[in-house]
Design a protein around this ligand. Structure first.
Ligand SMILES: CC(C)(COP(=O)(O)OP(=O)(O)OC[C@H]1O[C@@H](n2cnc3c(N)ncnc32)[C@H](O)[C@@H]1OP(=O)(O)O)[C@@H](O)C(=O)NCCC(=O)NCCS
Length: 181
């Protein structure tokens, strides 16, 4: 699935382009995820997990673009990918009304309203698909994510205790949220 270009002006005046990544941007997407994995403990990948090659990433971008059940929206600024988000839809009719989102932004661009803009774009895409419920999971302690998701109308509906093992060996809960759209 492809998200067509949309321009967003951040709180500091920078203009960012939201669009689905292209296969030729595979190295930019890798640079983004490798960079972010070292900037926050609140995504699932550690720097050690970042072993994908440019070819792997190219294949992944192509398969998302061709799939009617997977959408990626990246944010481009200054020739780089500075954020990425995705929506996973369901093919089966009993669960086609639900989709799950994920979002990540490079540290330099936190607190500038980009998360809010990406959430709006994802919600628009979910509605276009015909979804009625959006879900997400965040790692306990991620206060900025909680603020963003609450502001965007999401509500907690449960926790998986010890769902995530942090790099220091401690266990924290996975927090599940949903929004009716
Ligand atoms: C979490 C994340 C997506 C938020 O995106 P963002 O662009 O920073 O979000 P926004 O700027 O749109 O909104 C963030 C809100 O959190 C608030 N905030 C910032 N730091 C905060 C903190 N420590 N505690 C609580 N709220 C905080 C901001 O003030 C803002 O609220 P406001 O719009 O009412 O002022 C982004 O920071 C990120 O990608 N972090 C690393 C990866 C990650 O955690 N991904 C989520 C995994 S579930």
């Amino acid at each position: 699935m492809i998200f067509n270009e949309k321009r967003v002006v951040l709180k500091d005046g920078k203009e960012v382009v939201l669009q689905s990544p292209k296969a030729e941007d595979a190295s930019l997407l890798l640079e983004y995820i490798n960079g972010l994995s070292g900037e926050t403990p609140f995504i699932l990948r550690t720097p050690e997990d970042c072993t994908d090659t440019v070819e792997d990433e190219e294949q992944f971008i192509k398969s998302c673009g061709e799939s009617p059940y997977n959408l990626m929206i990246s944010a481009y600024y200054g020739g780089k990918i500075i954020a990425n988000s995705n929506l996973k839809f369901n093919k089966r009719s009993k669960i086609a009304h639900k989709c799950e989102l994920a979002i990540g932004i490079r540290k330099e661009f936190w607190n500038l309203g980009l998360g809010t803009a990406l959430m709006a774009a994802l919600e628009e895409a979910a509605k276009d698909f015909g979804c009625k419920i959006m879900t997400l999971i965040y790692i306990e302690g991620n206060e900025r994510a909680l603020r963003l998701y609450t502001k965007c109308g999401f509500t907690e509906f449960g926790r998986l205790p010890c769902g995530t093992k942090m790099s220091d060996g401690s266990y924290v809960a996975d927090v599940y949220m949903f929004k009716n759209i």
